[in-house]
Structure formats: C-alpha cells, structure tokens
Design a binder for this molecule. Structure first.
Ligand code: PLP
Length: 156
C-alpha cells in the first residue's frame, strides 16, 4: 500500500496490522509516486486528503493526477478525508467523489468522520463511501461479520 510520507501513524499501524507492506512516497514527489504505484504488487494508494501531518490540501489537479496514476497501474484509492472540515477559507478541499464523478479512478472509497470537526474521537462517528457496488457490498459484509467494529452501524 502506497502512502505519502510523513504519514499519520494510524496508517502505518493499519497497513502493517493487515500484514501489508507500507510503501512511503514523500509528499510532492510525483516521480516516486509513479515508481511505487508501478510496482506490480502495489495494490492501493492510501491517500490522506487533506494530508496529515503536513496540512497539505490537495488541489483538484493533483487529485486527478493521483487517480490517473492509480488507474494506469491498477491500484485502487482509499481517501481518508477526516480533516476535510478544517481547511479554512484559503484552501478548498476537493472530495474524492468529485474526482470519481468526473470519470477518474475506477476503484475507490472515501472514508471520513465528523470526529475532527466536532471532537468526538472513535470509529462510531465514521462513515465511508465505496464507489463500486460489489466492493461496497463486500465491505459491508466484512464489517457485519466481525472483521470491522463489533457493532457496526452498516447500511447499504
Ligand atoms: C488521517 C486520520 N485518519 C483517521 C484518524 C482517526 O481519527 P479518530 O481520532 O476519530 O480515531 C486520524 C486521527 O488523528 C487521522 O489523522
């Protein structure tokens, strides 16, 4: 799984906890991103948008480029947008759904939560949007069968 570095430590734990390898790419290094996504066993770009800890708010052009790279190399994109409400007036957050509705990126999920904006940490305030109906179904099934949170409030 490819992530921008420096990275939120929860990403590191989630990726390695799933038995996956975390491949770091410095924020802003487009060449390294392409190189890592091009590795045949790179399966996912785990995006932090806006980026924690640098505070970078990705532009629509940058996000579109990520989508194109991921698509070219057969990687899916999971966009963690938990900090989206905190960008202020000067930087406009562009949700991954915008990129997807413009036909970019085939396999994607947007995951987020009200926890940062409203300060109630924990998974119960989180939600996700999964682009592909089969993957959405598979995700909900995994949550319901105990691989996710103990009592997931899942809906289709
Ligand atoms: C990018 C990112 N995702 C997820 C989380 C987890 O949020 P919570 O505090 O609601 O568990 C954090 C927390 O800092 C974060 O920075």
């Amino acid at each position: 799984m490819v992530v921008h570095t420096p990275t939120y430590d929860g990403f590191r734990k989630a990726v390695t906890g799933l038995g996956r390898e975390l491949r770091g790419v410095p924020v802003g290094d487009a060449e390294a991103l392409e190189r890592e996504l091009a590795r045949p066993d790179s399966r996912m770009l785990l995006l932090c948008s806006p980026h924690n800890p640098t505070g970078r708010v990705w532009t629509e052009a940058e996000l579109t480029a990520f989508a194109e790279l991921a698509e070219r190399h057969g990687a899916s994109v999971v966009s963690d947008e938990i900090h989206a409400d905190l960008t202020g007036e000067s930087h406009r957050h562009v949700p991954w759904t915008r990129i997807a509705e413009r036909g970019r990126g085939r396999r994607w999920a947007l995951v987020t939560s009200g926890t940062k904006a409203f300060n109630f940490p924990a998974l119960s305030g989180s939600y996700g949007i999964v682009g592909d109906p089969d993957e959405r179904e598979a995700f909900v099934r995994r949550m319901e069968t105990g691989e996710g949170s103990p009592r997931p409030p899942c809906s289709r």
